[in-house]
Write a protein that binds this ligand. Structure first.
Ligand SMILES: Cc1cc2nc3c(=O)[nH]c(=O)nc-3n(C[C@H](O)[C@H](O)[C@H](O)COP(=O)(O)OP(=O)(O)OC[C@H]3O[C@@H](n4cnc5c(N)ncnc54)[C@H](O)[C@@H]3O)c2cc1C
Length: 464
């Protein structure tokens, strides 16, 4: 490639929602940024997704909300259904309101915003292959250019925002960052965007996204029914990874056939993907490198939403990069503040929701029906949990729940134990160490809480 620049303050690998946001905020601060993506420019943003994003992130970053071509429709909130569909809990508050986006238009806007902010070199159809190390610090990346040639480009700090499969994380030499994500901490999804005529099919609750919990139809995950506009839907489901060969069959039997009650339809897009449903990586940084978005498991474990946290993570990463470059120190100590920002904000929420996710995954449909129908968790409590990862129960509320749960005391006791552990882990995350020296002790405390929940789940399985 002619005029290939080879040395940058920051190289960002991946121009998805996480990478484009990182590149934008780093470039806005005047850093010399290179952004690369293996896709062709016009395809960036084209991702198999539910396309739902809350409005909060746009206010937080002070950037434009989706509109015009980027916007499929506005959403007032979510409706959560019990497996037997007899109970629907409304989850409506300003935090649940948001958008269904046109994913490619939205992705193109984030990319163009980054380029307009002053990204020095943008390289599409360029694949990151391996890390370059100087002593024990990442100092660049080996790439394959669009013309097939191989090259090396150098950075003070490398940002890996290359998504769930992150080839670079697997090459990392690190005691802090895990290379692999366990299968049990991931969900396999399949979805279609289906178009029809409004005369043939009417959309239920067009202002809401609907989520149906059902352990038999979507084992380990849930079914989603998201309106896009008056004549199209984004519908799909997530399941345990070991159902790889069956996910499409489950989709056709329990999602498509149940919702698309017309023979006149067109499938606009179809496909599957994998999301992590766990706490963020133990550490999202090491010497000379940071991980953002799906590459860092920055995805909400309860609903698999990763657009918001990938953009939030990108913003945090850009802020830390600016400070580190000012100091001229690219070591993990200098980049640690990024971990601090992630873990004390959405990291705390995600660790807590991870415990809830692990518990929900083993609850049979009868328990889910019972818990939702008896309001063992009210809409307000679910909202509080899903927006903060914590919730408190006044004694009076506990007594009321105990009376309702009397026919299923083990479930009630487990849910209360879970609530205590969720609050505990959230507090541990909010006290994330400000330097790497105290990290191992912090990690030990986190593992202790996970072990307690795993023990509870083993006992619950024995009872069931
Ligand atoms: C079926 C499904 C439904 C979902 N629904 C929702 C939803 O409704 N709402 C929500 O918020 N989230 C949803 N998610 C999750 C969400 O899509 C992701 O969390 C989010 O897109 C994360 O963005 P990212 O920038 O980290 O990664 P990505 O969007 O995956 O971007 C990574 C980029 O890196 C590039 N890349 C990869 N490897 C290389 C390489 N070696 N070299 C150079 N470039 C590379 C890719 O081309 C891509 O452009 C869903 C996910 C799936 C699979």
């Amino acid at each position: 490639m002619e005029n290939l620049l080879k040395s940058f303050d920051v190289i960002v690998v991946g121009a998805g929602t996480g990478g484009s946001t990182t590149a934008r905020f780093a470039a806005e601060k005047g850093l010399k940024v290179c952004l690369i993506d293996s896709k062709e420019k016009k395809d960036i943003g084209n991702k198999i997704c539910g396309d739902a994003v809350g409005s909060d992130i746009f206010d937080y970053l002070q950037i434009k909300h989706p509109r015009d071509d980027e916007l499929s429709c506005k959403i007032k909130g979510a409706k959560l259904y019990s497996p037997d569909l007899k109970k629907c809990i409304d989850l409506t508050d300003p935090k649940q309101a948001g958008y269904i986006v046109n994913r490619i238009e939205f992705g193109q806007r984030l990319l163009n915003d980054a380029l307009d902010a002053g990204v020095e070199q943008f390289m599409d159809k360029t694949m990151a292959l391996d890390l370059i190390y100087t002593q024990n610090t990442v100092s660049g990346v080996k790439i394959k250019l669009k013309n097939g040639e191989k090259a090396e480009i150098h950075s003070k700090i490398l940002i890996d925002a290359s998504g769930f499969y992150s080839p670079l994380r697997k090459k990392l030499k690190s005691n802090l960052v895990e290379k692999e994500v366990l299968k049990e901490d991931t969900i396999l999804c399949y979805r279609e965007i289906v178009k029809f005529s409004p005369q043939d099919l009417r959309i239920n609750n067009p202002d809401y996204i609907s989520i149906i919990l059902n352990r038999e139809k979507a084992p380990g995950g849930y079914i989603w029914y998201f309106p896009k506009n008056e004549s199209s839907l984004n519908i799909g489901l997530g399941t345990f990874m070991n159902l790889k060969g069956k996910v499409k069959d489950l989709y056709h039997q329990y999602v498509f056939n149940e919702f698309i009650k017309t023979s006149k339809y067109e499938i606009i897009s179809s496909g599957g993907g994998v999301v992590s449903v766990r706490r963020p990586l133990w550490s999202c940084t090491d010497n000379g490198i940071m991980f953002v978005g799906d590459a860092a498991c920055q995805v909400n474990p309860l609903h698999g939403g990763g657009i918001d946290p990938s953009m939030r993570g990108g913003f945090f990463a850009a802020n830390t990069v600016v400070d580190a470059i000012e100091k001229g120190d690219y070591s993990v100590n200098s980049l640690w503040n990024y971990n601090y920002d992630v873990m004390t904000s959405f990291g705390a929420e995600f660790a807590s929701l991870d415990l809830l996710r692990m518990t929900l995954q083993i609850l049979p449909n009868e328990d889910l029906n019972f818990a939702l129908q008896q309001d063992l968790l009210s809409g307000e409590e679910i909202l509080e949990i899903s927006s903060t990862g914590e919730f408190e129960l006044p004694v009076i509320s506990l007594v009321t729940k105990a009376l309702k749960g009397i026919y299923n005391p083990n479930l009630l006791l487990d849910l209360n134990y879970l609530r205590i552990r969720m609050n505990e882990i959230s507090k541990i995350y909010k006290n994330f160490p400000i330097n790497v020296e105290n990290f191992e002790e912090w990690k030990r405390r986190v593992i202790e809480v996970y072990d307690k929940i795993k023990k509870m789940l083993i006992n619950a399985k024995k009872v069931n």
